[in-house]
Design a protein around this ligand. Structure first.
Ligand code: C5P
Length: 216
């Protein structure tokens, strides 16, 4: 039995990587299967929420009853998220957004000229979670942090910088592509580790925690 802790709530979730073009045949992307974000979308739906999942390219099927919006780049993802935010009570940013994109996308395939690699110039992508959290009346915002070390320090720093009430940390090497995960929740009260669980079980626990915090 799953209590409907998010009944009547509208939840917006980002998941998967973004993919930033370099030329017509090459992209810059992040390693992300989308499994955690999709599990959260599914768990939120099971908990009675109306769920929109803004997804970068993944191999996953949309969970039943979840509206999926497919995007490719970080800027597409920002547009889709900003379109959904006015109707969202809760925003969970799980996507591994590419931090940079190539400044000038080449219209034709870059060539191996004289064995010299091309010099690419990068520009920063928008911070989607930071943008939403800074709105005058933001939804309840939940962020993720996948780190390779010093999880507590990075997560606390990220929570403060993005001004989100709840930040969920995990160690990248423990979770990438896997079906199980170990999540640690960081909020005003401190640090709350969850047990090692399947991503779906962890998502259900996280949704219960969000339901408790996002109020009724
Ligand atoms: O420090 P970092 O920017 O990687 O923080 C990760 C958190 O911020 C995740 O919740 C991720 O989905 C979100 N994020 C975002 N837009 C970005 C970068 C990260 O929404 N451009």
């Amino acid at each position: 039995f799953q209590p409907k802790v998010l009944a009547g709530k509208r939840v917006l979730v980002t998941a998967g990587p973004t993919s930033e073009p370099i030329d017509p045949v090459r992209v810059l992307t992040n390693v992300s299967s989308g499994k955690m974000g999709y599990a959260i979308a599914r768990a939120a739906r099971e908990a009675g929420a109306e769920v929109t999942l803004v997804s970068g390219p993944t191999a996953l099927a949309a969970p039943r009853g979840v509206r999926r919006v497919d995007v490719t780049t970080a800027r597409d993802m920002l547009d889709a998220v900003m379109a959904g935010v006015p109707d969202a009570d809760i925003f969970v940013a799980v996507a591994a957004v590419a931090d940079w994109r190539v400044k000038e996308v080449s219209a034709s395939k870059l060539k191996k000229t004289d064995g010299r690699p091309p010099a690419l110039e990068f520009v920063q992508n928008p911070d989607i979670l930071g943008t939403v959290a800074a709105l005058p009346r933001p939804p309840y915002c939940v962020g993720f942090a996948a780190e390779t070390e010093d999880l507590a320090r990075h997560a606390a720093e990220k929570r403060a910088r993005k001004r989100v009430p709840l930040l969920v940390g995990n160690l990248a090497q423990d979770v990438l592509g896997r079906d199980d995960t170990t999540l640690v929740l960081y909020d005003d009260a401190g640090e709350h580790p969850l047990a090692r669980l399947s991503k779906l079980a962890a998502a259900r626990q996280l949704v219960a925690e969000i339901g408790r915090r996002a109020g009724s």
